[in-house]
Structures are given as structure tokens and as C-alpha cells.
Design a protein around this ligand. Sequence first.
Ligand code: ADP
Ligand code: MG
Length: 243
Amino acid sequence: MNTVIEIKHLEKHFGDLRVLNDINFTIERGKVVTIIGSSGSGKSTLLRCINLLEVPDAGEILFNGQNILKGDLDASTYRSKVGMVFQNFNLFSNKTVLENCMIGQIKVLKKSKEEARAEAMKQLKAVGMDKFADASSTKLSGGQKQRVAIARALCMKPEVLLFDEPTSALDPEMVGDVLDVMKELAKEGLTMAVVTHEMQFAREVSDVVCFMDKGVIAEMGTPEEVFEHPKTERAKQFLSRYS
Ligand code: ADP
Ligand code: MG
């Protein structure tokens, strides 16, 4: 099956505020979907709904055809297959880099310490952070923290990795390192959904670009379609701020 995640008619309200309105799209295996749009348009809420950090009010989330909101798959199993990388890293600050990468493998995947350590070191090496394995995570720069957060997510062997503005909290000189790691992951065929304001990255790496506006996907297409030939006035306006 080539579709990993299918979102159908997804709705989310916070009180009277309708944050997601009839959201429909798919994430295909081995592909990169990027989600762009102004602040407040619902991008984070969408990712949080996909990862069940928020409970949608209506609609369906199908994961390999299983209806997640109907409980076809239990939430913790599902979450271990759909990883998330946050803007603010969310590392455990009282743990070392290595411990951050081991704990989920031990607690959720029930791996032995030895197995968890070996996988953690492999993933840390892949993001260039193996030399910091024994460092306290509080001692790292933002860019280093984010690379560790990506390694930690990869240790869980997710089928899909969701990124919510992974470079927005970084000093400019750190952004490139994190984007390089993400480009490499895309090249290796990791299935990814990425909320980002890095338009050059989105252009280069995306298979599909979704432009969100006020809780709806206002445009969706290839980078060529969305960036070169936007159809809606809203998308044209939004993109003009980046050119
Ligand atoms: P984006 O990530 O595109 O900036 P968000 O998904 O964070 O947008 O937010 C969309 C809208 O939902 C905003 O108006 C925001 O204030 C509101 N919102 C987000 N989370 C909550 C919450 N937990 N409670 C109430 N309103 C929320
Ligand atoms: Mg957001």
C-alpha cells in the first residue's frame, strides 16, 4: 500500500473557533509533504491531530488503512509509528543525549539497554551528534538539540515523521545543519510531513506542498504548481512575502 496516512474531512474546534475545517490529504510512503501558511492558520493543530496530541472533533485518520479515531490500532502503538519533531526540541533536560535517545526504545519498544544504546549511537552518528552522547542535553546549542531530537525520533523506527517548524527556534547559522539532515532523510526515503517557513527547502524537497489558510487547505500541488503558479489570491500574497 502506498498511502501511509489518509486524512478525511478532519475538523477541529477550540470553543467557537474553528481551527481545522474539512481537511483532506494523504501522505504517501517515501514522500515529503510540506505544509506552509501564515501563523494561526492551523498547521500545528493539524500535525497535533495526526499525532493524536489533539483529538479531532470529526473526520477520519487512516494509518495503513486502519481507522485510528475508531481505535483500530491502540494509541501508543500508533504514536510509536508516527514520530514528531517539535519547534522547541522537547528533549528531557535532566538526561544525557544518549539517554534521550534510549528511553523511548526501552519503555515503549521494550528493547534491552544494549540494543537501545546501539541504535541510539547509530542514529546520533547519522546526524553528526555521536560525539556528544554523554553530554547533558542542556549544554547543546539549538541546532545540536534539534539534531538530537531527530535522532531520538528515528530510534523509534517511525513509518512517518512529522516536523513542526523544526528550524524556527534556531539561530540562523544553525538552520542549514538541520535542513541538511532533513534533506538526507528525504533522500533516504523517509516519509515526512513538514510544517515550515523555509520556502527554498520546501521547493527542493517536497513532493506535495499544502498551503493552509484559516483552517483549510487552500492550495495543494507540486512545488512547481504551488510556488510558480499559485491559483488563489491568498497563496500569491503569502508567497510574495518570501520572494
Ligand atoms: P499555526 O501552527 O498555523 O500557527 P495553530 O494550529 O497553532 O496555527 O493555531 C491555529 C489557531 O488555533 C490559532 O488561532 C490558535 O490561537 C488556536 N489554538 C491553537 N491551539 C489552541 C488551544 N489549545 N486552545 C485554544 N485555541 C488554540
Ligand atoms: Mg504552529
